[in-house]
Ligand binder design. Structure first.
Ligand code: GLU
Ligand code: MG
Length: 434
């Protein structure tokens, strides 16, 4: 029987899932030109698959416009059919960016960063996940034995990422039983978020082809180590000259980098649902979890909202970067990076000074001083975070009423599907879908 290769045109939705529609690969140029129809309510599918509520109901039409630069082919050889997908922008039928499209929202922020400040964002996502193909016995944190047990999964993954142009950097056994981490090289602008979407799907695909699962749930059980997504970022000018480092600047940050970072910290509590997007994300965002519980800046502390990363003695200052740690893979990568860009722009517009870094436990900073410094415990649940986001005039200005309203509605729908479930039952639902 004849078989035809199929290309899936995909979008990353508000629930952090990648969904799409397929067509014969031989027809792909046609669909790049004319797009693929989509109902706006598709974005409102919750992480768990059900549509609970939608501002658009069954009405309206959009176009998914494939960006050929994002095309990925995962060739599994004889192990599994090859997989092909391409990422899309969402436009209205007349071709304008749709007001509620995550990728277009990130691009608009990046365009403003470049248009108004001559700056480009250079960033990379680090992903942690659990792989079912190893024994879950303890004692294997970062262990060679853990690497050994996964067999050829990671070599296949590195090969697939390489073939897809995602430029893999490191793979490693992580701290948790069955936990691994994969990183890729930084990229400019929207390409970095594209890589995050691609990398998660390629990782899932390579695991599936081995009859296993790569799971990106923010946590795997109460009290267990989380799967973080950490975003390293720096600024460049239009010629690619690094603009983040200044030996004489506060904590060696240039003035624009300081302002960008200050904007992120000032608004972190308000945009948090865009970066820690699931109910169980907040199980991870706690003190002593090596994640982030405060909107603090620190130098080389892995429990900070923003961590100034070290530069090896003699290393090029071009590598100077800051890491955002309050995020996980329940977040749509375009919304996650978009939140950092729009908040950074706010800092640049107000020319905010570099925040004072914390040294040690941020909860130990006396309350009066914390208030003076704007140091805050991050919201402790998705529901609390959504209330803050909805009430935030700045986030409303960045996103617009329709987009913000739809996102908050989607996340509240997700929460309604968890009503009455205890933490372990909630985790089980996210483990199933992520
Ligand atoms: N697993 C930790 C997290 O949830 C991060 C550990 C690390 O610093 O690599 O973010
Ligand atoms: Mg890690």
């Amino acid at each position: 029987m004849k078989q035809s290769d199929v290309m899936l045109a995909c979008i990353a939705d508000y629930g952090g899932r990648v969904r799409g529609k397929g067509y014969p690969v031989a027809e792909k140029e046609k669909y790049v030109r004319r797009g693929v129809g989509l109902a706006p309510t598709n974005l409102m599918i919750t992480s768990f698959g059900a549509i609970v509520n939608s501002p658009w109901g069954p009405r309206g039409d959009l176009l998914m416009m494939p960006d050929p630069a994002t095309e990925v082919v995962v060739d599994h050889g004889d192990a599994w059919p090859a997989e092909r997908f391409v990422l899309c922008d969402l436009t209205t039928l007349d071709g304008a960016p749709w007001a509620c499209c995550p990728r277009s929202w990130l691009k608009a922020g990046l365009a403003r960063l470049e248009g108004e400040y001559g700056l480009r964002l250079y960033s990379a996502f680090e992903h942690e996940f659990h792989y079912t193909g190893v024994s879950e016995s303890g004692g294997n944190a970062y262990a060679l034995d853990s690497f050994r047990q996964q067999g050829d999964f990671l070599s296949r993954l590195v090969g697939a990422l390489d073939e897809a142009g995602i430029e893999p950097e490191m793979v490693m056994p992580e701290y948790g039983a069955g936990q691994f981490e994969v990183t890729n090289s930084p990229a400019i602008g929207v390409a970095s978020a594209d890589r995050a979407v691609q990398l998660r799907e390629v990782t899932r695909s390579v695991a599936r082809a081995k009859g296993e699962k790569a799971c990106f749930s923010p946590v795997m059980g109460a009290g267990l180590v989380g799967n973080g997504v950490h975003v390293h970022f720096s600024l460049q000018d239009r010629d690619g000259t690094p603009m983040s480092y200044d030996a004489t600047g506060a904590h060696e940050m240039s003035a624009p980098m300081s302002a960008f970072v200050a904007g992120i910290l000032a608004h972190m509590s308000e945009f948090l649902p865009l970066t820690a997007s699931s109910a169980i994300s907040y199980e991870r965002l706690q003190p002593n979890r090596w994640s982030a519980a405060y909107n603090n800046l620190s130098v080389q502390d892995r429990e900070a909202g923003l961590r100034i990363c070290p530069l090896a003695e003699g290393a090029s200052k071009a590598g100077f970067n800051v890491e955002y740690r309050a995020s996980d893979a329940s977040a749509n990568p375009y919304l996650l990076l978009g939140a950092l860009v729009w908040a950074g722009l706010e800092g640049l517009a107000k020319d905010l000074p570099a925040p004072q870094p914390t040294d040690g436990d941020p909860s130990a900073v006396p309350q009066a001083e914390a208030e003076k410094r704007g140091l805050k415990r991050l919201p402790m649940s998705l529901s609390e975070a959504l209330d803050l986001m909805e009430a935030s005039p700045v986030v409303r200005e960045w996103m617009g009423d329709e987009f913000l309203g739809a996102y908050v509605m989607n996340k509240r729908s997700e929460l309604s599907l968890l009503d009455g479930l205890d933490l372990d039952e909630q985790v089980a639902k996210y483990v199933d879908c992520f």
